[in-house]
Write a protein that binds this ligand. Structure first.
Ligand code: FE2
Ligand code: FE2
Length: 354
């Protein structure tokens, strides 16, 4: 509840609009309101004009007549309701049948009094309406305040999550031949492709921030295999190929969206469109879209990077290779998106070179 003093001040200074076609009636209401200390009263004889003022000016309460020539009070109520302004409407009318009263409430009126009325009664009911309206405003302000705090916290939490992801991916890089720039480039390639696929903004962001974790499972691969300069034996390959499953286990079971996306990517980034990938041999759309996107970004960057066992391919050669893998390694839609995103991909490629 409001404090007594502030409530009285606020109530009496609340802006009130009187809509009534009868000049005498308007004058009576005006005098009565001023006699009772209300200081912000606007009157309008023309209901159509009143409606446009309601939209542009700020009123707490409207005292509304019903039988008016330009616009019936019910039509006024119907129109007003469309704007959802939260203004209380107090019907002051000569019509005293119950049907009219019920219809007015149905159309959104908050109070109803019939003429002739007792001044004290109208003022008391008007004051109560204003108190309710002021309290509602207070509550709404408080709710907005808490909402803003909550959204600040959400941003902080999201930043914390993406930092954890970056740090975890750095941990995996320490054990790998790949450099930190690999994950920067491939996550940006993934973002560009996801954007070209017109995925929702939230999904694009999840993919961008989760992509760096794709190889976190390599933490579980022995150094002798992971850092071996020469080609791997078949047995070593089998072990190497467990890194998606290990990554999926490291990140799996989270209720956090970003970690869930990272788990999905870690587990599926070596699946292939034609079903010849690993670890599950998923085929076509069985592969989550995040995995399909990361696959192309990861391979493209691996091709265009120097590794201890190979030279970097030229950008155009790698691009041609990607196109040749349509329907084999990569999804046709994702390759098309990769082509569409070529300007952004070129920019990332040039920007993040050692
Ligand atoms: Fe991998
Ligand atoms: Fe990678």
């Amino acid at each position: 509840m409001l404090s007594k003093q502030s409530s009285d001040e606020q109530i009496l200074s609340s802006s009130i609009l009187v809509v009534d076609d009868n000049p005498d009636s308007i004058e009576i209401t005006q005098e009565m309101l001023s006699r009772n200390g209300f200081t912000s009263v606007t009157v309008e004889q023309n209901a159509v004009r009143a409606l446009s003022r309601v939209i542009t000016d700020e009123f707490k309460v409207i005292l509304l007549d019903l039988l008016m020539p330009k616009m019936h009070g019910f039509v006024f109520l119907e129109e007003l309701r469309k704007y959802n302004l939260g203004i209380s409407v107090f019907i002051v009318t000569g019509m005293n049948d119950q049907e009219t009263c019920m219809r007015a409430f149905d159309l959104g009126a908050t109070e109803f009094i019939t003429k002739p009325f007792k001044e004290k009664e109208l003022v008391a009911r008007l004051r109560r309406l204003l108190v309710t309206s002021i309290n509602q405003k207070l509550l709404a302000t408080k709710a907005q305040f808490f909402e803003e705090i909550a959204s600040d916290r959400t941003i902080e939490l999201e930043q914390a999550q993406s930092e954890i992801i970056r740090r975890l991916s750095r941990a995996s890089e320490f054990r790998d031949n790949e450099t930190g720039l690999h994950v920067v480039r491939m996550s940006h390639y993934s973002q560009a492709v996801a954007t070209a696929l017109q995925l929702p903004k939230r999904t694009v962001n999840l993919i961008l921030h989760a992509a760096p974790m794709h190889d976190v499972g390599k933490i579980g691969i022995p150094d002798a295999i992971l850092l071996k300069p020469g080609p791997l034996t078949d047995a070593e390959w089998l072990i190497m190929k467990t890194h998606p499953t290990i990554g999926g286990k490291i990140l799996g079971g989270s209720s956090v969206g970003l970690i869930q996306a990272a788990a999905e990517i870690a587990l599926t980034h070596h699946e292939r469109w034609d079903g010849s990938g690993y670890p599950a041999g998923l085929c076509g759309q069985e592969i989550p879209i995040s995995g399909q996107i990361i696959a192309i970004a990861d391979v493209f960057d691996a091709l265009t990077s120097t590794r201890p066992y190979k030279k970097a391919w030229a950008f155009d050669d790698a691009f041609v290779f990607i196109q040749k893998q349509v329907g084999k390694h990569f999804s046709p839609a994702v390759v098309a998106a990769f082509e569409k995103a070529l300007p952004e991909i070129t920019e990332t490629y040039q920007q993040f070179q050692e």
